[in-house]
Design a protein around this ligand. Structure first.
Ligand code: 3HC
Length: 291
């Protein structure tokens, strides 16, 4: 199987690694709008593999085989892909334009499956106006580690495509869960309002940052507290999902916390900008209310 990944950011590169470590996959095309962005995604994967080799968790030959499957470039290299997984920006018009270009100008294989890793946008709307149906194939960060893939059918997605994508997820060593199209699907519908609530709890002065995260880690056995998880996902992504939930449902229970919006406007997005609820400068992790 040959797989094209559109977008070489955190999710795109993690998804590319996930496919490259699967025996059934011979080539992964890791694509972005600039060659340097695609190369950056591959370099990130290489760095992670080097660490695993250094720790003795992977042998060099396996790491070389995995990285050797990944070719980088612009979307145009995906001509013979059997599956495309789009992990571009969470902007409807960008996703629609990207699939239209793939369909009209790039992909020559008529059986190629078009999938989107969107975290909350409508699969039906992404596919509107295309001859080819779209399916949701939603991975979780870090994609090589997290076991779940949500498989989402839009109104025009054939049942056969759903079954094929579920099979592919199993081949990747993941557990697929089929989800009906709805804003946020299952995980983000539950998880992101929880993170948003954590931000309200902080902004109301109920506990400090570390206190909130420690409470949820020790009180609920969550691997990360809501504020550190928000930083890890990216506070811009958290806000975008809250806004989709609110817009799609009109329900005020999904209103984004004003502090979240303010932090995003101030580019305090979490790990990716080096500061969010924690300050990650110099490789550290210090709660910003303790600085
Ligand atoms: N890429 C590849 N492997 C990674 C990785 C990455 N980015 N990050 C961690 N790993 C691997 C490590 O190499 C390690 O593997 P090993 O056991 O074979 O050595 C293993 O994961 C555990 O990592 P660590 O020992 O470094 O750290 P932790 O035990 O603290 O686990 C964690 C890190 C897996 C990130 C854990 O903290 C966790 O599960 N956090 C919650 C993550 C979560 O909730 N993700 C979902 C976010 S929502 C989402 O993605 C949806 C989107 O639409 C918003």
């Amino acid at each position: 199987m040959k797989v094209g990944i559109i977008g070489a950011g955190t999710m795109g590169s993690g998804i590319a690694q996930t496919f490259a470590q699967c025996d059934a996959v011979e080539t992964v095309y890791l694509c972005d709008i600039k060659q340097e962005f695609a190369d950056g995604g591959k370099a990130k994967i290489q760095k992670g593999l080097d660490k695993r080799v250094a720790k003795g968790k992977m042998d060099q030959a396996a790491a070389d085989k995995l990285i050797g499957k990944i070719q980088t470039g612009l979307n145009g290299i995906c001509t013979d892909a059997d599956l495309i997984v789009e992990a571009a920006l969470e902007v409807m018009d960008i996703k629609k334009a990207c699939f239209k270009d793939l369909q009209d100008n790039i992909v020559k294989n008529p059986d190629c499956i078009f999938a989107s890793n969107t975290s909350s946008l409508s699969i039906t709307e992404i596919g509107a106006g295309l001859a080819k149906p779209i399916i949701g194939m939603h991975f979780f960060n870090p994609a090589p580690v997290m076991k779940l893939v949500e498989v989402i059918a839009g109104i025009n997605t054939p049942a056969e495509t759903v079954e094929k994508v579920k099979d592919i997820a199993v081949q990747l060593g993941k557990t697929p869960v089929q989800v009906n199209e709805a804003a946020g699907f299952v995980v983000n519908r539950i998880l992101v309002p929880m993170i948003n609530e954590g931000i309200f709890v902080y902004s109301e002065g109920i506990a400090d940052i570390e206190g909130i995260d420690t409470a949820m880690k020790l009180g609920c056995n969550h691997p990360m507290g809501p504020l550190e998880l928000g930083d890890y996902i990216g506070l811009d992504i958290v806000l975008a999902i809250m806004d989709v939930l609110y817009k799609e449902t009109g329900d005020s229970k999904y209103r984004a916390c004003p502090l979240l919006r303010k932090m995003v406007r101030g580019k305090k997005l979490g790990c990716k900008t080096g500061i969010g609820f924690y300050d990650y400068s110099n490789g550290g992790k210090v709660p910003v209310d303790k600085k």
